[in-house]
Design a protein around this ligand. Structure first.
Ligand code: NAP
Length: 255
């Protein structure tokens, strides 16, 4: 990824999948732009950004709450000062904890729309904001989970949002393919992060994967990040509109 510039949305802390991806992209030679959701995270993400950049090309860090149109407009303005963008990672999701804990049938309209807005529509809005800057083609990635196509206890409204996200990946890939912009999703196995802590009994999900995945273990953030680096680099140049699993093979298992 030498000579490439990558925008990564969704770093909250050092456990974020987005942070592991930023580390992998930097290792592969990319220059980084990082966003954080709000003032609460500014200091942490600035510190992480400082640890990632070099003195010649420090990581740029700025705020972007993907539910706010003014923040998306600011994203466009910030990108205007860049020559070009080659890779974009959307690593963002949110749902009310109550909606993740109660039966899916009891999901409220507001809770449903909130999960869709933050976790799925934002991918469309971000793609629209960044595509004009990807003048040499490039790759847009997002993070999804098996709960989009299988019923996973306590994933509920987020599973439906991830289904919409994966469909959005296919439609965006069709729209942007003629500009040589590829759009893909990585379906990661469970990893202990802040977002994952919102899922009731998450440790049982980790135990189930360890017991039943072909590789009898969970994946690491670094493994997810390496797949992201592959997709964002020229090595992934023939892949678009797809959902690639990085889950120690868990998704292939039946009984
Ligand atoms: P994470 O570190 O908590 O990352 C989630 C990020 O989304 C946070 O930076 C969060 O910011 C951000 N976010 C939420 N609402 C936002 C908004 N309105 N605008 C901008 N950013 C917003 O957890 P993670 O596990 O790395 O999650 C990253 C992605 O991976 C998510 O799409 C998640 O569904 C997916 N994924 C995770 C797993 C897993 O097991 N961890 C597995 C498969 C897929 P705040 O902290 O400020 O809310």
């Amino acid at each position: 990824m030498e000579g490439k510039t990558a925008l990564i949305l969704g770093v909250a802390n050092r456990w974020s999948l987005a942070y592991a991806i930023a580390q992998a992209f930097q290792r592969e030679g990319a220059r980084l732009l990082l966003t954080y959701q709000g003032e609460r995270l500014r200091k942490t993400v600035e510190e992480l950004g400082a640890s990632l950049g070099s003195s010649e090309s420090p990581a740029r860090v700025f705020e972007c709450d993907v539910t706010r149109d003014e923040d998306l407009a600011r994203l466009t303005e910030t990108l205007a000062t860049e020559d070009r963008l080659d890779a974009v990672v959307h690593s963002i999701a949110f749902a009310n904890q109550a909606d993740l804990a109660r039966p899916f049938i009891e999901t409220s309209r507001d809770g449903y729309l909130l999960a869709q807005n933050v976790s799925a529509y934002s991918m469309v809005a971000v793609a629209r904001a960044v595509a004009p800057k990807m003048t040499n083609g490039g790759a847009i990635l997002t993070l999804t989970y098996l709960g989009s196509t299988r019923v996973i206890t306590n994933y509920n409204v987020m599973g439906v949002a991830k289904a919409a996200l994966e469909a959005a990946v296919r439609y965006l890939a069709a729209d942007l393919g003629p500009q040589n912009i590829r759009v893909n999703a990585i379906s990661a196995g469970p990893v202990k992060t802040a977002a994952a802590r919102g899922i009731k009994d998450f440790s049982k999900v980790l135990e189930a994967v360890e017991a039943h995945a072909p590789m009898r273990r969970n994946v690491t953030p670094g493994e997810v990040a390496d797949l992201a680096a592959f997709l964002a680099s020229d090595l992934g140049r023939g892949v678009t509109g797809d959902v690639l699993f990085c889950d120690a093979g868990y998704h292939i298992m039946g009984l």
